[in-house]
Design a binder for this molecule. Sequence first.
Ligand SMILES: [Cu+2]
Length: 149
Amino acid sequence: MKKIFSLMVIFIMAFTTGVQAADNLVITEPWLRVSPKKVAGAFFEIKNNSDQTINVISATAQGSQKVELHTHTLDNGIMRMRKVDSIDIPANGIQSFNPHSYHLMLFRLDEAAFAVGNMVEVELTFDNQTTLKAMFEVKPFGKNMPKTK
Ligand SMILES: [Cu+2]
């Protein structure tokens, strides 16, 4: 009985400590904007202070029912958005999520939560079993439109 109990304790500990905060990653300048189509693009820079490449593999956001990792690709001269499975943050390097390249795309939004000026909590999950949260400021749409070259 005692053995079963200690096994349970180990199980619970393993479960609660399974996902740790990513202490070697730093998010700077997080912001997002809601497009007229009621989807949001979320942008930031993330710095990797470790000696290993770390990949973003998923994300969630409060008030959004679905978040995808996106990139832009040039397709016959037309910029298109494409979903990707992961985005790397190089060892001792920085990855930029911006309106011209990688970004998070947030779908099915609670409009009140995404009013301009609000702060929205976004959580990133990485391939090394860690997560990181940041508060993203909702900025007006239009000021930071992607360049259409
Ligand atoms: Cu997108």
